[in-house]
Design a protein around this ligand. Structure first.
Ligand code: ATP
Length: 468
């Protein structure tokens, strides 16, 4: 199966209610996107599956939800005020601005261009004759550091409030609450804190649909360990993240692990890997895994004046700052990778084609669709009765569609990735044995297109929520 073009996916997402351009009726707001009825179902499912796997089903994990607004000192301590920036280059001809490192990565395949100094970026762009993507000019200004944090004001009187930031990551909410969580939950090392939520980065060059946006969602874990034990724990997280990618349906041939070079490591990290996905425009980051050592806890201890140490419950004389392994997952980027992976314009027999999303059942917006064969009232009533029974007994998410020919309805369900369709017909009612026996229905598989006839009783017995 070949990768779809981004345009094909963007068009399906709009047509079928997954993702709409933001503020569209006002001409939009560049690079903002709204999740529609099916997009939010998919996204919620990814998030719930993640939470179930990494929080609810593990004794060593707990979750929190911290605020988007935090004391500005948090961002001084974390290094975001001084370090969280990208090299911005201006095109002197058309005045458009770009991320210099990304231009080098995308246009000539430089790996990890983020390690270049500001002084190196512009000469390299000129030497490699990398033209402005907007006007094709070759007139770059010297690169400048651009801080990606969104700044705003707290307080009701404009100009008098304190400057604060919209959080650029969820991680710091977990660090500042380390002692609260550890003490209230009586947690022993190793243990982790997880949270999911919206973050903001004033990206210089957002784009590629929802790949890089200025408002997005993350699912992050800070896993606290005793110093010296982090090596095997890092490896375990690497395996767990890789397995997660496979379980949500990403193909191993479109996944790879990239180890950061020493020069590339962030100021806080002693080891980082990226899990990369092969997007239609090339390889790019999907997730990150970093060994942050005791950097964050020691910085917060220094800046807040509060003790952030852990006391060994078996030996209270042993007090130390734990090390942290951080697996970080972009939620909105995950949704994009899942959709790209699932999309297929499939050739059927002769000239027939269909668009289908081969979504894994654990993430598809609907588990099932119930399709009454015709709009006859008593047939719809029978189908509605079945709908209620399934929803109440299995907890599955079921679509119910009566509009259009049965063929068109099957195609719509294929396009939104519904794994199975159930057709209720006159056989089901006992009115036409040519269609089937009384109280039987047809169940159609999205991927194989096979249709089977089975009794409603058998169907109900075999329905259960999907598992990875
Ligand atoms: P990149 O190199 O793509 O800018 P990053 O290394 O800055 O990403 P992290 O700070 O590690 O990213 O953020 C954790 C995760 O959040 C990433 O692995 C990615 O999935 C997601 N992410 C980061 N920036 C964006 C963005 N602008 N839009 C959507 N998702 C993002």
């Amino acid at each position: 199966m070949s990768a779809p073009t981004l345009d094909a996916l963007v068009s399906l997402c709009k047509r079928r209610g997954f993702i709409f351009p933001g503020s569209e009726i006002y001409g939009g707001l560049a690079n903002t996107w709204d999740y529609g009825p099916l997009g939010i179902e998919l996204k919620n499912r990814v998030q719930h599956e993640w939470w179930k796997r990494f929080v609810s089903q593990r004794r060593d994990m707990v979750g929190i939800e911290s605020g988007i607004l935090m004391n500005p000192k948090v961002w001084e301590a974390s290094g975001h005020v001084s370090n969280f920036g990208d090299p911005l280059v201006d095109c002197k001809k058309c005045k458009q601005r770009f991320r210099g490192d990304k231009l080098l990565e995308e246009k000539i395949g430089v790996e990890g261009a983020a390690v270049l100094t500001l002084e190196q970026v512009q000469p390299m762009l000129l030497a490699e004759k990398i033209k402005c993507p907007s006007c094709e000019g070759l007139d770059w200004a010297i690169a400048k550091k651009f801080n990606l944090m969104f700044r705003t004001q707290q307080g009701v009187i404009e100009g008098e409030g304190a400057d604060i930031y919209l959080r650029p990551e969820t991680a710091q909410g977990m660090f500042v609450n380390f002692r609260n969580v550890q003490q209230s939950m009586r947690k022993r090392l190793p243990f982790g804190i997880a949270q999911t939520g919206t973050v903001f980065r004033n990206e210089i060059t957002p784009g590629n649909f929802t790949f890089r946006t200025r408002e997005f969602q993350q699912m992050e874990i800070e896993y606290f360990v005793a110093p010296g034990t982090e090596g095997p724990i890092f490896e375990q997280w690497k395996d767990d993240m890789w397995q997660w990618c496979l379980d949500i349906g990403l193909a191993p041939e479109r996944l790879r692990i990239r180890e950061h070079t020493k020069e590339e490591l962030s100021h806080y990290s002693s080891r980082t890997i990226d899990i990369e996905y092969k997007y239609p425009w090339g390889w790019g980051e999907l997730y990150g895994l970093a060994n942050r050592s005791d950097f964050d806890l020691s910085q917060h201890q220094k800046f807040s004046g509060q003790e952030m140490t852990y006391t060994d419950p078996d030996d209270p004389t042993k007090k130390f700052l734990p090390y942290v392994i951080e697996p970080t997952f972009g939620l909105t980027r995950t949704v994009l990778a899942i959709l790209l992976e699932a999309y297929e314009d499939e050739k059927l027999k002769e000239d027939d084609t269909r668009t289908v999303l081969h979504l894994k059942p654990i993430v598809s917006p609907y588990d099932l669709a119930i399709l009454p064969l015709s709009k006859k009232e008593h047939l719809i009533a029978k189908a509605e009765e079945l709908y209620k029974k399934i929803v109440q007994s299995s907890g599955l998410h079921v679509d119910f569609d009566v509009t259009g020919s049965i063929g068109k309805r099957y195609r719509r369900q294929d396009e939104i990735g519904t794994p199975k369709c159930i057709t209720v017909d006159f056989g089901t009612l006992g009115e036409d044995t040519a269609q089937g026996e009384k109280d039987t229905v047809t169940i159609r598989d999205r991927d194989t297109l096979k249709q089977e006839r089975l009794t409603i009783a058998d169907l109900l017995k075999h329905l259960h929520p999907p598992t990875a």
